[in-house]
Design a protein around this ligand. Structure first.
Ligand code: DCP
Ligand code: MG
Length: 371
């Protein structure tokens, strides 16, 4: 208005919640390499470096085109010297020494294999590795190893649940859950969340959120749903976690902390006949069914928007939205709510858009949150 010229500079935010990131990744060559390094640092409990490479990967995922030279990275945030050196190597030689070293490292390979089992985290994998175990046969043959119920089922259904879940399979399972939920509570809300809500074609599990309009009834609803699935004969495994919800509590500072809603981690049996186009089976599978990992979460209605936002992900998107809230707005966000430290009060939300509005962020559709 005062006649000043505004020069448009295409800036990329350091926060994933200010970058629109679809499922199309033009820079997979680089982000795959970064994710290998991030995982390696995670196995070595170097959280800082791990997060640095996850952030760097996330920035590159948001770009509209492939990086073609190191100059292309100059205006980008979150890329340290190590990340830039890797990009340079990949541009010049098509591979990076540090990444090749990790990929051929026995410890990395073994921890990667062991943590691919449902119920086995980095700590357990590390413990097994240290006792000299290198393959599943070693673990299953070792009498001194006690597998918990989750791990037993992880091995039992390993082939099925390590195979990707297709969108058609996720839809079929959502239909199953939707019918079960509505048979119990006609006024319930059911939504497919996680990666499939973000538009992904494949996922490692199916994440479904539901609630009932009556606050306080949601936990019993989840228990009734589990019972019904069991009666239908589709419940192969169930780890139920009761709500530990305290409305007076402030949102958690740490993202990694699990939320307090009633939830369950399941393995369900999915019939081929229920899936449009059939199951995502490798070879012709004569069984006509497969096992699928399904997570169900049932928050109270007045927390639904926060839970939906939190369970839609991506993890990096959620991390950065929380970091943005804390650093830029003096607010605390988690799966349960949003606390304004300036006003010292909780801010209510009935939709995800309300939460973006409270934070002064432009709304991002789920399919733009693939950070
Ligand atoms: N989430 C959470 N608390 C948990 C588990 C998950 O807040 N205890 C959130 C973070 C994730 C989202 O839910 O972004 C879904 O978790 P997944 O691990 O299933 O991740 P995605 O669905 O994004 O990926 P995938 O396709 O591998 O399933
Ligand atoms: Mg998922």
């Amino acid at each position: 208005p005062e006649g000043r010229k505004v020069v448009a500079v295409a800036t990329v935010s350091q926060y994933a919640c200010q970058r629109r990131t679809t499922t199309t990744n033009h820079n997979a060559v680089f982000t795959d390499a970064f994710e290998v390094l991030a995982e390696c640092y995670e196995f070595n409990q170097m959280e800082g470096r791990c997060l640095a490479f996850r952030r760097a990967a996330s920035v590159l995922k948001s770009l509209p085109r492939v990086l073609s030279s190191l100059e292309d990275t100059h205006h980008l945030p979150c890329l340290g010297d190590h990340a830039k050196a890797i990009i340079d190597e990949l541009l010049q030689h098509g591979r990076a020494f540090d990444v090749q070293k990790v990929l051929s490292d026995e410890r990395y390979q073994t921890l990667k294999l062991f943590t691919s089992v449902f119920g086995v985290g980095p700590k357990t994998a590390e413990k097994w590795y240290r006792t000299g175990l290198r393959a599943f046969e070693h673990i299953l043959a070792d009498r001194s190893i006690h597998l918990n119920h989750m791990q037993q089922n992880g091995f039992l259904h390993y082939e099925d649940i390590s195979r990707a879940v297709s969108k058609a399979e996720a839809r079929a399972l959502t239909k199953v859950i939707d019918e079960v939920v509505h048979a119990i509570t006609p006024d319930a809300i059911v939504a497919l969340t996680g990666g499939f809500r973000r538009g992904k074609e494949f996922g490692h599990d199916v994440d479904i959120i539901f609630t009932t309009l009556e606050v306080g009834k949601e936990e019993n609803l989840l228990l009734d749903v589990i019972k019904s699935l069991e009666n239908q004969g589709v419940l192969l495994y169930c780890d139920y976690q009761a709500a530990t919800f305290d409305t007076a509590k402030l949102p958690a500072h740490s993202f990694e902390a699990m939320d307090h809603f009633a939830k369950c981690f399941l393995i369900l049996r999915l019939e081929a006949s229920q899936v449009e186009g059939g199951l995502n089976s490798g070879e012709e599978d004569s069984r006509g069914w497969r096992a699928v990992r399904v997570d169900l979460v049932s928050p109270p209605m007045n927390r639904y928007a926060f839970a939906l936002l939190g369970w839609t992900g991506s993890r990096q998107f959620e991390r950065d939205m929380r970091r943005f809230a804390r650093k830029e707005r003096r607010m605390l966000l988690d799966n349960h709510g949003l606390f304004d430290k300036n006003k010292k009060e909780f801010l209510a939300a009935t939709t995800e858009k309300d939460i973006f509005d409270h934070l002064g962020l432009e709304y991002m559709e789920p399919w733009q949150r693939n950070a």
